[in-house]
Design a protein around this ligand. Sequence first.
Ligand code: ADP
Length: 384
Amino acid sequence: MVGMPTPEQIREALTRVIDPELRKDIVSLGMVRSIDQPQPGRVDVVVSLTTPGCPIRNHFQQAVTQNLTALEGVTQVNVGFDVLSEQEKQGLAQRLGRQGGLPEGALARVKNIICVGSGKGGVGKSTITANLAYALQVEGRPAAALDADVWGYSIPRMLGVHGRPLVSAERKILPLDGPGGVKAISIEYFLNERDQAITWRGPMLHKAIRQFLEDVDWGELDYLLIDLPPGTGDVSMTLAQLLPQAKFVIVTTPQPAAQKVAARAAETALRFDLEIAGVIENMSGFTTPTGERFTIFGEGGGQLLADQLDVPLLGKIPLQEELRVCADEGRPLVLDDPDVPAAQAIYHAAHGIVAATPQELPVMQAPSGPPVPQVTGTALPMAR
Ligand code: ADP
């Protein structure tokens, strides 16, 4: 085939196709299944995805076509897709460094880790995380909230828990206690001045998140709820890699358009083979004191997303002013006014989470007397 690029040249061009979430090229990720040149001028490429409905399919389609048509002699590019096998997915996880997971024993006394994610900000993810932690605690299931929303941390404000964690004799960070004994850790507790902007990215962020998991003495917990930053970014990726046992809960608003954005957050979980425990729809209608209901943010998005992901819809939390007021004042509504509809809906979601999660400690038990991991350097401006 005169004038056609060699397979090496094609592979080389494909190294410029970057997976936007994994931030690596599809060649080194092992996602290029096949390259064929069935006739002069034409290249057929099959890209292997982690899940069949991968929403970044269009991105790959365009990027592969663009990079290959830029090669001399290529006039037509056909991009096909298939799905990585379980074994291939494990290989992918390893290439991404899951082998650098947490040391054995970290979080061994935590029965369930639930990452609460959303496609975008402002959907009530933090409000729900904080209230779910309390609802679980009230139901006799010791719970804690880890605020991993490092740029938009709001758990301390919502729980009304501010301060600086102490360090134990074993050099472990002690979480702060909220009302009712819910434990909390947030990046806010390690900043010198409140509201200081965090500009960390990549490795620095990875280290801080790791420390939250590895160096914090969470004690015995039934539920560690992790408030993720919105979207799919470094933090979600780090957590998904470090916590293969975690389950995801996705918060979305009822308008069907929002469900597409939320699906992208679910994608991070699916890519790392983490289970999605369910969907929570928030801001599901507003009922006036006279009983008239308005669907301000539309209807049905939560169910649509749950059906799409084939997981339960754990709850529909209505818009309720008290939920916002309590969150602003650092009082969880589920404690303050447990009978109002929004609080009831959050209790309902908490029951759904309990039903979807085992109540035993993970199989990988810590050896007695957990070894304190040696962390080289510290990302958190703490140690006092
Ligand atoms: P996110 O964590 O998704 O960015 P927040 O939890 O900070 O969102 O919520 C954004 C704002 O909306 C907060 O002021 C919160 O108190 C309010 N809010 C969230 N859910 C509800 C609801 N169901 N009813 C009334 N206000 C709500």
